[in-house]
Design a binder for this molecule. Structure first.
Ligand SMILES: *[C@@H]1O[C@H](CO)[C@@H](O)[C@H](O)[C@H]1NC(C)=O
Ligand SMILES: *[C@@H]1O[C@H](CO)[C@@H](O)[C@H](O)[C@H]1NC(C)=O
Ligand SMILES: *[C@@H]1O[C@H](CO)[C@@H](O)[C@H](O)[C@H]1NC(C)=O
Ligand SMILES: [Zn+2]
Length: 418
């Protein structure tokens, strides 16, 4: 009797493991057919922090103190990655543009140093070409509107350098958009969303073919952009508010608007956004995928791990090698092959193609070359060449900006945490 019971348990355990193995093998098959495209990875920021961007002193095969290295990328079947070109908010009104350009440069150099493993990519077609060659398509996203110093020209030049999304804010307001912290009441609302210049920036991004990223922005900005943009938008690394009520996450009514917009929300794995606690596991992350599917359909979801931008990741998703385990979990939960492939990358490809199509319909629209009104960017580190001479009384610098910068500096010290 005892013996039979043991046998039963052993058989049950065997059955359980072999089903788990089947899901994993099934996941790997799907990932060989459709590219996994992740919306946000901060390895470039780790290269800045640990090596001051000195790639000669880094071996991306053996580097093992980060979530990301080349072996883990291969094991995780990471086919395409938007690498974040990030400069902390305390560089706003200082050297944010230089810092950002250096991050764009280090992404370019990373692709040059490992040409067998990475391919710089700037279009939906590039992603598919890299996938066919078993290389990780490397796209660039600038994380934070402060990186363009309120300048359309700077944004356009960044596009020329390969940047394909702009996250409208990081965790600080810009002169033209509010960030998510205004919804926590730890920062005052400054613009009620986007200013007129902010709205013009959206139109300019539509014209250029740059994706608009709504992670990190205030709820009002989310809604205004969804009403303004001619092209689908993304949340490159945000989870769902219904499951974890953190203001970095996306509320259900916005999820529905994203569905109408044909955009996507790429799920962030950061524990604090997944469970609103310090601990989380793979199954908790899968809950966010299920929730987006329930509210807005599987055409509205994607992966946005935020690896190397956070200090805590869920058990079972310890680094970029673990994506197949999450895919296996979705299979276990009854996701169909088509739904999985959409989530993996087909949704992002659809968004990207739509963005490229909108760009192509706007080729006869000229660039927006009207600078931001001077009074909106009065700060000690900006000169006013080109603007009409001001009466001297109007030249008093604004006091708002420095106070804001110092608040934000506190939040964005050294480690990123989102
Ligand atoms: C890398 O680190 C992980 C723990 O974070 C460890 O399990 C693994 O063995 C390490 N790999 C190498 C090649 O050192
Ligand atoms: C990519 O990898 C697959 C599976 O490992 C292999 O069959 C295929 O030939 C490779 N393609 C290229 C272009 O290396
Ligand atoms: C994951 O964590 C949740 C609590 O957030 C718990 O209920 C669940 O059992 C855990 N799952 C696994 C597989 O550990
Ligand atoms: Zn972020």
């Amino acid at each position: 009797m005892q013996c039979l019971r043991v046998l039963y348990v052993v058989l049950w355990a065997f059955g359980f493991t072999s089903t788990a193995n089947e899901h994993k093998e099934h996941a790997l098959r799907l990932m060989a057919e459709a590219p996994l495209i992740d919306g946000h990875n901060d390895l470039p920021w780790q290269l800045r922090l640990r090596f001051n961007n000195n790639l000669k002193s880094v071996d991306l095969y053996t580097l093992n103190s980060t979530h990301t290295n080349i072996h883990k990328i291969k094991e995780g079947r990471l086919a395409a990655q938007f690498w974040a070109a990030y400069a902390p908010c305390d560089s706003q009104y200082k050297d944010a543009v230089r810092q950002t350009l250096e991050q764009i440069d280090v992404i370019h150099r990373m692709c040059q140093k490992y040409p067998e493993d990475f391919m710089l990519a700037a279009s939906s077609q590039d992603i598919m070409e890299a996938f066919a060659q078993n290389k990780t398509a490397s796209l660039i996203g600038v994380e934070g509107g402060h990186s363009i110093d309120s300048s359309m020209g700077t944004l356009r030049i960044m596009y020329q350098l390969g940047v394909r999304y702009l996250t409208l804010t990081h965790s600080c307001n810009t002169p033209w958009a509010d960030n998510w912290l205004v919804d926590t009441e730890s920062e005052p609302v400054e613009h009620n969303g986007l200013t007129n210049f902010g709205k013009r920036l959206i139109r300019e991004m539509n014209r250029m073919g740059m994706l608009v990223d709504l992670s990190h922005v205030s709820e009002q900005v989310m809604r205004q952009v969804l009403d303004t943009s001619k092209a689908p938008v993304i949340f490159s690394h945000s989870s769902t508010y219904a499951i974890c009520p953190h203001k970095r996450n996306v509320p259900d009514d916005v999820l529905k608007k994203v569905e109408d917009n044909r955009g996507i929300v790429m799920v962030n794995f950061y524990n604090n956004f997944v469970t609103c606690r310090q601990s989380a596991n793979l199954s908790d992350v899968a809950d966010h995928f299920d929730h987006i599917k329930k509210i807005a359909g599987s055409s509205t979801v994607g992966f946005g791990g935020d690896y190397d931008g956070v200090n805590r990741v869920p058990t079972g998703l310890d680094d970029v090698s673990k994506y197949p385990d999450l895919v296996a979990e979705l299979l276990r939960r009854g996701w169909t092959d088509d739904e999985i492939k959409d989530a993996l990358g087909r949704n992002l490809i659809r968004v990207f193609k739509d963005v490229e199509m909108v760009r192509d319909t706007l080729t006869n629209t000229s660039p927006d070359d009207e600078p931001i009104p001077l009074e909106q960017v009065k700060n000690p580190c900006r000169t006013d060449y080109g603007y009409p001479p001001q009466p001297s009384s109007a030249r008093v610098p604004s006091l708002g900006a420095p106070a804001l910068v110092s608040t934000v500096a506190l939040i964005s010290l050294c480690v990123k945490f989102m």
